[in-house]
Structures are given as C-alpha cells and as structure tokens.
Write a protein that binds this ligand. Structure first.
Ligand code: CUA
Length: 360
C-alpha cells in the first residue's frame, strides 16, 4: 500500500506539473493550440477530439485499476492468523480461501461483444474526421491562392512568390483571409517548415517537392521555426509570417524592388556609397538586390531587407547596430554560417548599413 500511495502521488504530481506548464506555453508565440487560421484550427480540433477520447479511456482504465488494487488488496485474514495456532480444520479452511479463484468469464459472449464494440466505435469517431481532414489539407487551395515556393537552406529560409516575381528571406508577407499554397523544397539537407499558429509541419526533402497550404485570419506576426534537426544552427533557423490587410500587402508587393527610401541629401549620399561598396566588395557575389548589380544567389535576397523585422534568420532584431554587428563578424553570432567576414572599413560598414536599412 505504501508503494501504491507513492506511485499515486508521483502520478498526481506529473499531472499537476503538466497542468501548470500548459498555460505558460499558451502565452508563447508558437503555441499551436491557439490557432490563427483555418488549417491550424482544423488540426487543433482533431487533436483535441483524439485527446479527449484518450483521456476518457485513461481515466476509465486507471479508475478500474485503482479500484481493483484497493478493493482486492491482500488483507490479514482471520483464518490465516488462526491457522498458526488453530486446529487442522481451521488451517484447511484458510488455505482453501487463499486459493479461491475469482469468477471465470472466459467465453462470455455479451462481454466480448461489448469490449470489441466500444473500441471499434471510438476508432470510428476518430477515423471519420481524420480521413476527412487529410483530404481537405491535401486538396489544392484553389486558383486564387497566393503561391510561395519555400526553400530551406542551412540555416535560413528563402521565399519566392512565383506569381509576383518577388523573392525574400526569413520573413514572408501574406494577405489576411487568402489561402497561401506553399511549395516546399530544400537546397541541402532535410528541413521542416513550421509556423505553429497557422499550420502543422511539412518536411523539405532533397530531390522532392512537398505541398501544403495555410491561411491567416487576423493581421499579425506569426513565429515559425525549422522543425527538423539540420545542423549546428537548426535552432536559429527561424522565420516570421507577417499577415497584412490585403491593401497593405498589395502596396508592399508593388513597392518591392523600387529601390532605397531616403529622407535627406546626406542620407542619399551615404546610401549611394553603400550601394557601391555592396556592388564591388564580396556582398554582391552571394546576395541579390533588385535594381542593382548584385545578383548573387548563395545567400538571402536582400531587396526588402530594410522592411524586415529581424536579420540572420530571426535571431537579431533588425536595427542598424545589429546589422553592423552581423556584417562585421557573422561567425561571432552564428558560427558555421556561410556568410564570411568581408573586412569592410568602419566607414564602408556604416555606408552599407545605411544602404541596407533604406531598402524598404
Ligand atoms: Cu533547418 Cu532545422
């Protein structure tokens, strides 16, 4: 009995800890049971249905188990006590009581039908919505869907708007209320696209193209994360989905690649100098900036870098200071990243940062 109480206390402790951890997780930006679009909502409902059925089974079976353990536990028997000092007849009665078997139910048709039917019905309740949802999610979201090709790289994300000719990195802008078809590929190893509040995960597998769709119902910023171990900076392969009202999205798309936004003559001069550095030093070899001589494709397309909220695949806020830190020594921030130290002079660095921040 002491063991049993110990196990019970451990079990209750674990349930209590899980219960306390759940609201904490709910506060996080990647809490997937707080959906922000139809795909995540449907997946969450199916999960909860399965979870509740499973909890029902767990509580019922453990309840019967606990009842049985308590009700039929070994008790000190009067007969057994008597057996030590009693007569031969008393000893025999005590031995017989110990060997007594519970009622035998083998071959009871009624019981067998009941415990076959109950799991069958429960599995049916889970199977019908599962099959229905699998087909709904595999179906094409339709002709007016926005199509984005997602390419995983070690360790950043490339997003190509196939219908709009726009390429971005680590941050996708999408219009609210419109389905988005994602064509998911990889440039190197296996990665996994996951924006928990919008949809479940999808692998990016070498030599293969996977497809999924998602939709955001409310404007906002949704956090995403590579969900397949892909090397040193797997944990730093993050992304953001920025859902905008359709008019704002259209304005962003129309403005993409329109060149620098400057507020003063002095700023314009710095931006021009920065552009020249970018086009002549190592930067251009790996990065593309629309409207400039930089057309490299090894690193993220930086055409709208000034409009992004983060840099280095979601690990630093996009501020001029962080941009300067990143460019002057990428390996200090992300060791193993393919971005090398370019070795710019402090003035060149400042001008390049002025150029990049003006691209919005
Ligand atoms: Cu890419 Cu993990």
């Amino acid at each position: 009995m002491r063991h049993f109480r110990h196990v019970l206390r451990l079990g209750l402790g674990a349930v209590g800890a899980a219960g306390a951890a759940l609201p904490a997780a709910a506060a996080g930006p990647q809490y997937w049971l707080d959906p922000a679009g139809p795909v995540a909502a449907m997946q969450g409902q199916l999960f909860l249905l399965t979870l509740y059925i499973m909890l029902g089974i767990f509580v019922t079976v453990s309840g019967i188990l606990v009842y049985t353990l308590v009700r039929f536990r070994e008790r000190a028997k009067a007969g057994a006590r008597a057996g030590q000092a009693g007569t031969a007849v008393q000893r025999e009665t005590a031995a017989a009581a110990e060997e007594e078997l519970p009622p035998q139910i083998e071959g009871n048709h009624k019981l067998e039908v009941v415990w076959t039917l109950i799991p069958f019905l429960l599995l049916l309740i889970i199977a019908i919505p599962t099959v229905r949802l699998s087909f709904a999610l595999a179906a094409d979201p339709g002709e007016d869907a926005l199509e984005i090709r997602v390419v995983g790289h070690q360790w950043w994300w490339e997003f190509e708007y196939t219908q709009l000719g726009i390429v971005t990195g680590n941050e996708i802008r999408i219009p609210v209320g419109r389905p988005v078809r994602l064509i998911i590929q990889t440039d190197d190893v296996i990665h996994k696209f996951w924006v928990p509040k919008l949809a479940g995960k999808m692998d990016a597998i070498p030599g293969r193209t996977n497809q999924m769709w998602l939709q955001a119902d409310e404007p906002g910023v949704y956090y995403g994360q590579c969900a397949e171990l892909c090397g040193t900076h797997h944990a730093n392969m993050r992304m953001r989905v920025v859902a905008l009202p359709p008019a704002e999205f259209d304005a962003w798309a129309a403005n993409w690649g329109r060149g620098p936004v400057v507020e003063s003559e002095a700023q314009l001069a710095a931006v021009e100098r920065g552009r020249q550095v970018f086009e002549t030093r190592a930067c251009f070899a790996c990065h593309t900036i629309e409207g400039t001589a930089a057309q490299g494709t090894a690193g993220p397309n930086l055409t709208d870098i000034g409009a992004r909220t983060t840099i280095a695949a979601g690990i630093l806020d996009n501020t001029p200071e962080n941009l300067a830190r990143w460019i002057s020594d990428p390996q200090a921030i992300k060791p193993g990243s393919l971005m090398p130290r370019v070795g710019l002079t402090p003035d060149e660095l400042q001008d390049v940062v002025a150029f990049l921040t003006s691209l919005r």
